[in-house]
Design a protein around this ligand. Structure first.
Ligand SMILES: [Zn+2]
Length: 260
């Protein structure tokens, strides 16, 4: 779920703002322990990605809620030198398609992907594109990650803080904060794609080149824009990490191959 590459922080000098204090680490542990009691179940039923802030805060104490509020108040452009824009999350008018029964074969083992939610028009455009791809090269891709609610985005960010030495900035190099992800804004809905053999360029033991060298990727580069999809984070674009698996739906506006 890497997103944008950021410069190491230098604006604050001290570590108070960026790296969690010992007492904040304990708050974080309590939050994660509590989430562990209900989130895994929601993940396997496929509805975790649609969670609300009300659900995310439910059952947490004052300190824990305050910690989440602190994270939500971060302005990553200013505080993380984040290169992307605030996108928001306009979901009121959106009808979501629940995408199920996506089977792949990872290391020779049949694996069912977690259900995903995708705005209906995006799903229809994606399936149309996959039919064209299959007709041409006999292969297709699957949706490993579609829509993610702002609350789920915050959950993901918090979940990864201890993997990044408790540094909020470091964590922000890899996980977007709510409102800054194309996965949370249906008007630029992003899909993370995976092929039938489980190649996504992102899992342990894989490199971006593994995805980049796929014929499925070559086909997308040539034809994706005809179906309204653009590569959000292309190779060699300054200040961002190349993500060949991450495609954003821009609708007919993408025709003509303009990649923004
Ligand atoms: Zn993505």
């Amino acid at each position: 779920m890497a997103i944008l590459l950021l410069q190491p922080i230098s604006l604050w000098g001290g570590t108070d703002w960026n790296v969690l204090s010992d007492s904040e680490k304990q708050v974080l542990e309590r939050i994660l322990d509590h989430w562990q009691t209900w989130v895994p179940e929601r993940k396997s039923s496929g509805t975790a990605v649609m969670m609300t802030f009300e659900e995310l805060y439910d059952g947490l104490g004052e300190e824990e809620s305050g910690f989440l509020d602190r994270l939500r108040a971060i302005d990553p452009k200013r505080q993380f030198n984040f290169q992307g824009d605030f996108l928001g999350s306009d979901t009121e008018e959106v009808r979501f398609k629940r995408v199920e029964n996506q089977w792949i074969e990872r290391n020779g083992e049949r694996t069912l992907l977690y259900p995903q939610y995708v705005p209906e028009p995006v799903y229809l455009a994606f399936e149309k594109m996959m039919r064209a791809m299959e007709k041409k090269i006999g292969k297709r891709l699957f949706i490993e990650s579609g829509f993610r609610s702002s609350a789920y985005q915050l959950y993901t960010y918090v979940y990864y803080i201890n993997n990044h030495a408790y540094s909020l900035v470091e964590t922000g190099h890899w996980v977007a904060l709510p409102g800054y992800s194309e996965h949370g804004q249906p008007s630029v809905q992003a899909l993370d794609l995976i092929n039938e053999q489980g190649i996504n360029g992102d899992d342990d033991g894989q490199s971006v080149e593994d995805f980049e060298s796929l014929p499925e990727y070559a086909w997308l580069m040539e034809h994706g824009s005809e179906y309204g999809f653009v590569l959000s984070y292309p190779r060699d674009k300054p200040g961002i990490t190349f993500e060949p698996w991450h495609w954003s739906y821009r609708g007919p506006a993408a025709l003509g191959g303009g990649r923004t």
